[in-house]
Ligand binder design. Structure first.
Ligand SMILES: Nc1ncnc2c1ncn2[C@@H]1O[C@H](COP(=O)(O)OP(=O)(O)O)[C@@H](O)[C@H]1O
Ligand SMILES: [Mg+2]
Length: 340
């Protein structure tokens, strides 16, 4: 399904190397991976017309902007150029723009296929001021027989209530590991990337459900270091290697503080910050099956407290050492600590 956009994408026509995120940006709703049900709804709208005002919200890099463009293309076809006004965060979007540019576009006469509306795309709409959003609400109503709005944002609560209530809100979830893997494999094939399984796992781990980041890191690793394996990916992504973090946790579980500190020093000497380390610790411990569930929960609690202290400003090696000491202590016999 999704492979169609990769194989018959724009690749062949473009003489210079585009960033892969752009080169493999899906052109059709069918090619977007993940969020199946929501995309299905958009497909029905694309087929039948009668698009409501919509808000798409969700984390970065999961296909919000792409979906809106695909939808607009599929709705308007050749009339896309005339019928769509796109304003994103890099455009001026204060009250004046809403009053002038958007209104003028909404009033403009454009010939469209029957049953279709002009389309105003406001990408990253959560960065619009509340004032500008207020100015928008009336425009949305007055011109709704000819013009529909599509807003994309990271957090829908940054959009004022009156606009939310005029829109259908579609929430996109983070992409699943398998969905990212599917896309990465397609791109590896199309670009002839040399990779191993561990490399792809590393890309998925570091991307945390963000497809844009996964694809960017794939390209950086491929063009910078050649072979896509775990080690190279972590070099490019500049994150502590989960293998080291896992070894550290294992030592803590055994109560071996010296070994744990050794691993910590190793990461510290490589220049990772306390936040990098504690965040990776959390992400690794969540899926670290060697720990009994009860211990895992206790570890997460301690890591959480430390994360908070680090964010409050004390991101020192001592802080992290303290964490490791507490983790070691969790699994030691209480009578070791009794005062005699
Ligand atoms: N669901 C997806 N399916 C396929 N590619 C995706 C998906 N989400 C993101 N991408 C890739 O990431 C890039 C950025 O996606 P975009 O839609 O701009 O993300 P955002 O949600 O931040 O608006 C796209 O060009 C595409 O290559
Ligand atoms: Mg976007």
């Amino acid at each position: 399904m999704a492979s169609s956009s990769v194989t018959k994408g724009k690749a062949a026509e473009i003489p210079y190397e585009l960033p892969w995120v752009e080169k493999y940006r899906p052109m059709l709703l069918d090619d977007i991976v993940g969020n199946g049900e929501t995309i299905e709804r958009l497909k029905v709208i694309a087929r039948d017309g009668n698009c409501p005002h919509i808000i798409i919200s969700g984390m970065p890099g999961i296909g919000k902007t792409t979906s809106i463009h695909c939808l607009a293309h599929q709705l308007l076809g050749d009339a896309y150029k005339e019928g769509v006004l796109e304003l994103n965060a890099s455009d001026e979007r204060g009250i004046d723009v809403v009053r002038n540019k958007i209104k003028v576009f909404a009033q403009k006469k454009v010939t469209l296929p029957s049953g279709r509306h002009k389309f105003i795309i406001l990408d990253e709409a959560d960065s619009m001021t509340a004032g500008a959003q207020q100015a928008l609400r009336r425009t949305m109503e007055i011109y709704s027989n000819t013009t529909r709005f599509a807003l994309a944002c990271n957090m829908s609560n940054k959009i004022i209530e009156p606009i939310q209530s005029r829109c259908a809100i579609l929430r996109y979830a983070k992409l699943k590991d398998s969905e990212i893997l599917q896309r990465l494999l397609e791109i590896c094939k199309a670009e002839n990337v040399q990779y191993n399984e561990e490399g792809l796992t590393a890309l998925i781990f570091t991307a945390e459900g963000d497809m844009r980041q996964a694809i960017n890191n794939l390209q950086s690793t491929h063009s910078g270091l050649g072979f896509v394996n775990g080690e190279n990916v972590f070099k490019v992504c500049d994150q502590p290697h989960p293998v080291v973090i896992r070894a550290m946790l294992r030592s803590c579980h055994k109560g071996d503080i010296n070994q744990a500190m050794e691993k910590l020093n190793e990461l510290w000497d490589q220049g990772y910050s306390a936040v990098d380390i504690v965040v990776t610790l959390f992400r690794v411990v969540k899926t670290f099956d060697e720990l009994p569930e009860y211990t895992k929960l206790q570890f997460i609690k301690e890591i959480g407290w430390t994360h908070m202290r680090i964010l409050e400003g004390v991101g020192t090696l001592v802080q992290l050492g303290g964490l490791l000491a507490r983790l070691c202590k969790l699994n030691m016999k209480p009578d070791l600590f009794e005062l005699r």
